[in-house]
Design a protein around this ligand. Structure first.
Ligand code: AMP
Length: 293
């Protein structure tokens, strides 16, 4: 770690902008889109590859998590990444490690509830470490993990971390499935069924755009899509985009969030829904990128 810090010292001294893309590896086009944005905006791009044991609530999920560091290294090089930081677990969590960064509020419910409180503590602790090691001007996160974005943004704000958190759009396969490293674990049948997650979110969106203002009713329409596809939702909910509080009555922008198991593989997805059409607000622009922060 001190090695990377030393290597970046020159760049920092020369006031070159540094972008960090934290990942768990097994790259897909979602990761590459974050890297491309960092490459566009920053003079030095650092990508971290670290399958963080602290954020897994099931040992089996950690063990089965896809890993291909050599391929990731090659893709990173081809994408113009300057530094790939892939520390061993013992370097990140040496003997005696006993500190945790914990965010309250947006960690309640959804992923925080279903993956356990420790999940987000694991995320925020490792992200805080990565930010300290790299000292980036900008750190890039995907909207695909919407609650993670809200939690990391809150941590950066609450701790006055000198970094801008940039949120990047979700990259999807042509049939709408959000790209995820876990998708490679799906059987062909599960892969087809998995499209129901996005379809359910779009059904919720359509219900709201058609005028449904009762949150649970809009959610029921989405649940029907999932069950027709034989997919059991762990949750499908409407929440406020900033606080991640349940929304019963739709009055402004809402975030539809879903988690479901396809066999052993757990997938998540979300859709930001602009409940009030732009024309009715007297403006024509779209929901701003920062809407989730
Ligand atoms: P992961 O390796 O799954 O921890 O993801 C690393 C980063 O890539 C996180 O900020 C994710 O939100 C982001 N990411 C994952 N999947 C996608 C996707 N389909 N589109 C955009 N960003 C993504």
């Amino acid at each position: 770690m001190s090695g990377l810090r030393a290597e970046l010292a020159g760049a920092r001294h020369a006031r070159r902008t540094i972008g960090l893309v934290p990942t768990m590896g097994a790259f897909h086009d979602g990761h590459l889109s974050l890297i491309a944005r960092a490459r566009e905006q920053c003079e030095v791009v650092v990508v971290s590859l670290f399958v963080n044991p602290a954020q897994f609530n099931h040992r089996a999920d950690l063990d089965a998590y896809p890993r291909d560091e050599q391929r990731d290294q090659e893709l990173a090089r081809a994408a113009g990444v300057d530094f790939v930081f892939a520390p061993p677990v013992a370097e990140v969590y040496p003997d005696g490690f006993s500190t945790s960064v914990s965010v309250a509020g947006p960690t309640d419910g959804l992923e925080g509830e279903h993956r356990g409180r420790g999940h987000f503590d694991g995320v925020t602790t490792v992200v805080a470490k990565l930010l300290n090691i790299v000292g980036p001007d900008v750190a890039y996160f995907g909207r695909k993990d919407a609650q993670q974005v809200a939690v990391v943004t809150r941590m950066a704000r609450d701790l006055d971390l000198p970094v801008r958190i940039e949120i990047c759009p979700t990259i999807r396969a042509s049939d709408g499935l959000a790209l995820s490293s876990r998708n490679v674990r799906l059987s062909p049948v599960q892969r087809r069924r998995a499209t129901a997650l996005n379809l359910a979110l779009e059904t919720v969106r359509q219900a709201i755009l058609d005028g449904e203002r009762d949150g649970p009713a809009a959610v029921r329409a989405g649940l029907a899509v999932l069950s027709a596809a034989g997919v059991q939702a762990e949750y499908l909910e409407l929440v406020s985009p900033h606080e991640f509080k349940p929304v019963r009555r739709v009055e402004g922008d809402v975030l539809a969030v879903v988690a479901a198991y396809l066999g052993e593989t757990r997938l998540i997805d979300n859709a930001l829904i602009d409940a009030v059409p732009a024309a009715a607000r007297g403006r024509t622009d779209e929901v701003p990128e920062e809407a989730l922060t």
